[in-house]
Design a protein around this ligand. Structure first.
Ligand code: NAD
Length: 449
């Protein structure tokens, strides 16, 4: 059993703290957000993450997990200090290091016994060296730094922590990395130990690659729309090749969330500032923006304009099984629709409380059916399971006009057409790509006169 402190009690910090406590360690989670810590101390959970409430409750009950706002209490006699504060996007696309800097200074100020500082936040390459410098200059005890980037996915965060594909540890002090590796030993996952900067780069490169796969298939989807091919089948055909694999080849309204957008942007920013020309990363970001805009184009074309039209939005969170609204496609899509004069109805199974703080002039609904009532079009933005099993006849009967833009390709174009919907998928031949800008259908283009 080890004494662990976690600085920053958000999605990553809370999951990390609860999971390490569940492995038998004594964990103190620290956060500067007093309301969040008060809620956790009262038994509340500030985020929606399947299984987390039960895990936190169990470990608080056994006395292995506790919460504080006070560094002096939280890192007293600790052996490991995990840093899991937010590193949001800054105005020029860089990672905003305000919170990470403040955390490093607070750790240096309050650490009284030798401990290993573990950077779990996604931090620009070189941050580990910088944190080591702060600790050496301002701290009163020895504190080596290890980079331990986090790969968990919201929605399956606990399982991802407990059964990781790999644990990456970067350190210039190998024994320190090996001590952190011991914490993960019960998980029996492959552990890769590298130098500090390489570990930091592995995180950025991994996210950039996954975002690239998404933008790649979205580019193929828009070509499919013009050429009369079905991107879902194309992705299936590609994904069967083990060199390619099926994951992250789902065409749709693009990636969002607290990681991919900011991490691709931050990597491009770092690259440009070091004299590289990150044109692939820039294309990935452009294509992602276009994927969101394509929804507006489809709706405009289907409804002949958006002024005074009512659009129902199914799903607001950036992906299913989370209430995280950071960089959610829904936010940009709703703003663009409102700018063109549309009225918005919306429903999400978990994210509405967070969405209400971000969106104005939106009628939040009880469920998908209330959202459909009186809508001129529905847009499926987040593929929650409950949207995969809709009573489509009922949805059809409730809508003012049956236009359905399926931003996640959940439904089959032919089945939707048979039910009487004017259905638009993403990159699907029968999805009506040929309607965009009123161009001729792909079939017409490809058929010799
Ligand atoms: P979050 O915003 O949910 O949580 C961060 C927490 O840190 C907040 O509660 C905030 O109050 C707290 N904080 C800020 N400054 C602090 C300070 N000086 N001292 C103590 N607490 C402080 O963020 P998150 O989603 O958990 O992400 C954390 C990091 O992990 C980011 O770098 C992110 O890129 C990375 N990451 C996130 C995910 C994810 O799915 N959310 C996955 C992998 C990696």
């Amino acid at each position: 059993m080890s004494a662990i402190s976690v600085v920053g009690t958000g999605y990553v910090g809370l999951v990390t703290g609860a999971c390490f406590a569940d492995l038998g360690n004594r964990v103190t989670c620290i956060d500067v957000d007093e309301a969040k810590i008060a809620l956790l101390r009262e038994g509340g959970i500030p985020i929606y993450e399947p299984g987390l409430e039960e895990l936190v409750e169990r470990n608080v009950r056994t006395g292995r997990l506790s919460f504080t706002t006070r560094y002096e209490e939280g890192i007293d006699e600790t052996e490991f200090v995990f840093v899991a504060v937010n590193t949001p996007p800054g105005p020029a696309g860089e990672a905003d290091m305000t919170y990470a800097r403040a955390a490093a200074h607070s750790i240096a100020e309050h650490l009284r016994s030798s401990a290993i500082v573990v950077n779990k936040s996604t931090m620009p390459i070189g941050t580990g060296d910088w944190v080591a410098g702060v600790l050496a200059r301002q701290g009163s005890v020895q504190a080596p730094v290890v980079s331990n980037p986090e790969f968990l996915r919201e929605g399956s965060a606990i399982a991802d922590f407990q059964r990781p594909d790999r644990v990456v540890l970067g350190a210039d002090d190998r024994p320190a990395a090996e001590r952190v590796a011991q914490l993960y030993a019960p998980l029996k996952a492959p552990i890769l130990i590298t130098d500090l900067r390489t570990a930091e780069m592995i995180k950025y490169a991994s996210n950039a690659f996954l975002a690239t796969k998404i933008s790649f298939i979205n580019e193929i989807a828009s070509i499919c729309e013009r050429m009369g091919a079905d991107v879902k089948e194309v992705a299936r055909g590609m994904g069967l090749d083990p060199r390619i694999g099926p994951a992250f080849l789902d065409a749709g309204v693009g990636y969002g969330g607290s990681c991919f957008p900011k991490d691709v942007q931050a990597l491009a920013h770092m690259a440009a500032l070091s004299g590289c020309h990150p044109q692939l990363l820039r294309a990935v970001m452009d294509i992602n923006r276009d994927a969101r805009l394509s929804v507006i184009l489809k709706l405009r074309s289907a409804l002949g304009g958006l002024e005074e039209r009512t659009i129902g939005i199914l799903g607001l969170a950036f992906k299913p099984n989370t209430d995280d609204m950071r960089e959610a496609a829904s936010v940009e899509i709703i703003h663009l629709l409102q700018q063109e004069g549309a009225h918005i109805r919306a429903y999400d199974p978990a994210a509405m409380p967070k969405a209400e703080a971000l969106l104005t002039r939106v009628r939040f609904c009880e469920d998908a059916y209330e959202t459909a009532r009186g809508s001129d079009a529905l847009v499926l933005v987040t593929e929650w399971n409950e949207f995969k099993r809709l009573d489509l006849r009922r949805i059809h009967s409730l809508m003012a006009s049956p236009t359905f833009v399926d931003g996640r390709n959940v439904y089959e174009p032919s089945e939707m057409a048979a039910l009487g919907f004017e259905y638009y998928g993403i990159g699907r031949a029968a999805g009506g790509g040929d309607l965009i800008n009123g161009e001729r259908s792909a079939q017409e283009i490809n058929t010799p006169a």
